[in-house]
Design a binder for this molecule. Structure first.
Ligand SMILES: CC(C)(COP(=O)(O)OP(=O)(O)OC[C@H]1O[C@@H](n2cnc3c(N)ncnc32)[C@H](O)[C@@H]1OP(=O)(O)O)[C@@H](O)C(=O)NCCC(=O)NCCS
Length: 147
């Protein structure tokens, strides 16, 4: 199973829509920190907004994951439920950090809930400082500017 990681492109609209259709309400909450159905405008934002970068994971032409990095260093990621636990989420986040580093960014962060074990594991593995509060996890990675 070859996974391709690449920047999002305009014709990913339908692939992203299918990816988001595969998600449970809880998955959507973890990704956006709110319950809602993803609108076509939000998909267009992922593709067209100039103030963030989005990477997708693709298997045989199917979009199976998406991760975005915003100007303030915040990272958000999602992987299709049928393709989880194979390292795709970890590679997406690692790729975004590498991309951010190449753009001169030195601080990365993500927010999630305390029961999101896979995301907490990803953060720990990649060196984030993780603070678990009662109802929120705040994860921050500060890189030495020379590293
Ligand atoms: C979080 C998410 C992106 C992880 O994607 P993934 O492709 O499964 O991640 P990985 O395969 O790289 O797994 C990361 C770690 O979690 C573990 N893991 C994966 N699924 C797991 C599960 N259901 N239960 C326990 N551990 C699990 C993996 O074994 C791995 O652990 P390791 O580092 O010790 O090997 C995915 O679960 C998801 O899309 N969740 C909904 C959206 C979300 O929570 N986004 C985060 C918002 S910041």
């Amino acid at each position: 199973m070859k996974v391709v990681y690449r920047l999002v492109k305009k014709d990913d609209f339908n692939g992203l829509l299918e990816l988001y259709d595969s998600l449970s309400p809880d998955d959507i909450f973890y990704r956006f920190m709110s319950f809602h159905k993803i609108s076509p405008e939000e998909i267009s934002f992922l593709i067209n907004d100039k103030n963030h970068v989005t990477i997708v994971a693709e298997i045989d032409g199917k979009v199976v994951g998406e991760a975005s990095l915003f100007g303030d260093g915040e990272i958000a990621v999602v992987v299709h439920p049928q393709y989880r636990n194979r390292g795709i989420g970890t590679t997406l986040v690692k790729s975004l950090i590498d991309l951010g580093k190449s753009l001169g960014m030195t601080t990365f962060k993500f927010f999630t809930l305390p029961d999101n074990i896979p995301m907490i594991k990803i953060g720990r593995k990649l060196g984030f400082d993780i603070k678990i509060k009662e109802d929120e996890v705040v994860a921050v990675l500060r890189l030495d500017e020379r590293s």
